[in-house]
Each structure stands twice: as structure tokens, then as C-alpha cells.
Design a protein around this ligand. Structure first.
Ligand code: C2E
Ligand code: MG
Ligand code: MG
Ligand code: MG
Length: 291
């Protein structure tokens, strides 16, 4: 199999370079087993406001394969999606995330957690009810859970998607529109979706400081979102200058390595304890060199 190394030097399995079918089937079987065995983990990445207040945490799946090492989430999520394993993965993630929310609440850490859901979930008629039942079972107030969806949910069956989303918001669950700008963005869609938050995709944020067109896209997106009463989060913020530009553009919150990477539960707990009281402090800007 093919492997590459990520930033931390951990080996990452990359099935895109390894499209041979038996191998992918093997991986799918392994994922199924890993879910049954509880070996898939959730890491948590903070979203913070510009005053440092923690707006929430996003749960991101992590799977370390016993032989292949860490498998890229985009890869196995795509696989779960096309193979019909998605409902099981979503159940698994929701179950873990709700357990974590409940456990943080018992420690006095009342922070909303966002879970990514796939179009497949949104198109399943029983989904809203199942989420409500799970919340009740964990005794977690619906407002503590956020679900991140992408615009692609509207491609297939807009009516079913609308029913599910309205069902969820009706129960008090908050919806967030993820990766905004990369899909089939239409203002009509945006107006129709009952979301309270919009996340600007990393691809626009990454070059914000150097590319005036990206900056203009971000500015327009923030203004549009605000005019619709939505909170705007920028994803993939890696440096001070980008943070500063986003603040000037009146973005509401940021997520990215500048603040913190996705962290395993214990580390996220320590991070929340340390930052909860005084908020996250942005490191001082490095002064520009004098001419
Ligand atoms: P996403 O929801 O847009 O998540 C953000 C991705 O950006 C995450 O990648 C995160 O680790 C990465 N990221 C965060 N900060 C930075 C940064 O400063 N710089 C850069 N370069 N990247 C950053 P990850 O964890 O690989 O997840 C990829 C995608 O997989 C997610 O994109 C989401 O669409 C999907 N995903 C993750 N967990 C789940 C899950 O539990 N269920 C479903 N259905 N999808 C999931
Ligand atoms: Mg997301
Ligand atoms: Mg995103
Ligand atoms: Mg993304």
C-alpha cells in the first residue's frame, strides 16, 4: 500500500493512490470491524470568537489502522458513503460525541459540540427523530449539539432534506453549513436551509492575505451571511495575519491550527479547562521588520 507522512510525521494511508479494488474492499471490511470494536476515535477542534470566547468544538473522526497507520478521513468517509456504511458511522460518531458532551457537562464544561453529517443521513426519513431520541437518552439539551451539513444535501431530494432539517431545528438542534463556497452554492438554497451558522471553506481562507479575489469572496460571504442573520466561522486559519484580516472583515469566529488542531478527548478537556475562563489568547503579532 501507499503511505505518506503528515505534518506530525505520522504515516497516513492514502487510498487515492491505491485504487485497487480488493484493497479498498479490505479496508472497508476493516472499517466495519473497527466501528464494531469501538476503535474509531473522535478528536475535537475548537471554534473561537475574536474575543477568545470558545464558541464550540467540532468532532472529527480519526481512524488508526493496525497495519496501515492513520487513514485519511476524507478517504474512509467517502468509502462509507458509497458502500452504505454511512448510517452506522454517523450513529457511532453521534453516540461518542453525545457521551463526550454529557461528560463535559458533568465537569461543568458546557460547550456546544458540532458533528458532521452526510447527505445520506439527511435523506433518511427517520434521522431527525433518531437524533432527538439519542439526545434524550444522553440527557443532553438539544442546543448543545450542532450538526454540520454541506450544500450538497439539496441536490438529491430537497423536500426530504428540508423535512429532516426542519425536524432537527424543531427539536432545538443547531445547523451549520460547512465548506461554504465549494459546492453548488445558490442564494436560494441558503435562504431555504434552516441553518444558523455558515463556515467559509478553507480554500478561500488559506490565501486570503495574498489573494485579493479570495479576500473579496470572504468579504461578500460574511456580509451575505450577516444579512441573513447567520454566524460566520472561517475554517483552516493557520496564521496571525489571516486572523487579523478575518477580524477586519467582521467574521465572527475562527477554527484552525493557529488556535488548536483537533485534539483527543483528554487533551481537549485540558484545553477547555485552561482556556474556558479567560478565553483563548491570540499570540502577539510578530512585528513587521523595519525597512
Ligand atoms: P470539515 O468538516 O471541513 O473539517 C475540517 C477539516 O480541516 C478537518 O480535516 C480538519 O482537521 C482540517 N483542519 C482544521 N484546521 C486546519 C488548518 O488550520 N489547516 C488545514 N490545512 N486543515 C485544517 P479532517 O479531520 O481530515 O476531516 C476532513 C473532512 O472529513 C471534514 O471536513 C468532514 O467533511 C469529514 N468528516 C470528519 N469527521 C466526520 C464525521 O464524523 N462524519 C462525517 N460524515 N464526516 C466527517
Ligand atoms: Mg465540518
Ligand atoms: Mg468544513
Ligand atoms: Mg472541509
Amino acid at each position: 500500500y501507499q503511505a505518506k507522512r503528515d505534518r506530525s510525521g505520522v504515516e497516513v494511508y492514502d487510498a487515492t493512490r491505491d485504487a485497487n479494488t480488493p484493497d479498498r474492499l479490505g479496508l472497508l471490511g476493516d472499517l466495519r470491524r473497527a466501528l464494531d470494536a469501538g476503535e474509531v476515535e473522535l478528536h475535537y477542534q475548537p471554534k473561537v470568537r475574536f474575543d477568545g470566547q470558545v464558541a464550540g468544538l467540532e468532532a472529527l473522526v480519526r481512524w488508526v489502522h493496525p497495519e496501515r497507520g492513520r487513514v485519511n478521513p476524507e478517504e474512509f468517509i467517502g468509502m462509507a458513503e458509497t458502500s452504505g456504511l454511512m448510517p452506522q458511522l454517523t450513529e457511532y460518531v453521534l453516540e461518542k460525541a453525545l457521551g463526550q458532551i454529557a461528560s463535559w457537562r458533568r465537569m461543568g464544561l458546557e460547550v456546544p459540540v458540532a458533528v458532521n453529517v452526510s447527505p445520506r443521513d439527511v435523506h433518511s426519513p427517520g434521522f431527525a427523530g433518531a437524533v432527538a431520541a439519542r439526545l434524550a437518552r444522553h440527557q443532553v439539551p438539544p442546543g448543545a449539539l450542532q450538526l454540520e451539513i454541506t450544500e450538497t444535501v439539496l441536490l438529491e431530494d430537497p423536500q426530504q432534506a428540508a423535512d429532516t432539517l426542519n425536524g432537527l431545528t424543531g427539536h432545538g438542534v443547531k445547523m451549520s453549513l460547512d465548506d461554504f463556497g465549494t459546492g453548488y452554492s445558490s442564494l436560494v438554497h441558503l435562504r431555504r436551509l434552516p441553518v444558523s451558522e455558515l463556515k467559509i471553506d478553507r480554500s478561500f481562507v488559506a490565501r486570503l492575505v495574498v489573494d485579493p479575489e479570495d479576500a473579496e469572496i470572504v468579504r461578500c460571504t460574511v456580509d451575505l451571511a450577516h444579512s441573513l442573520g447567520l454566524l460566520v466561522v472561517a475554517e483552516g486559519v493557520e496564521d496571525d495575519e489571516t486572523w487579523e484580516r478575518l477580524r477586519e472583515l467582521r467574521c465572527d469566529a475562527v477554527q484552525g491550527w493557529l488556535v488548536a488542531p483537533a485534539m483527543p478527548p483528554d487533551e481537549a478537556t485540558a484545553w477547555l479547562r485552561a482556556r474556558g475562563e479567560h478565553g483563548w489568547q491570540r499570540p502577539a503579532l510578530t512585528p513587521a521588520p523595519r525597512p
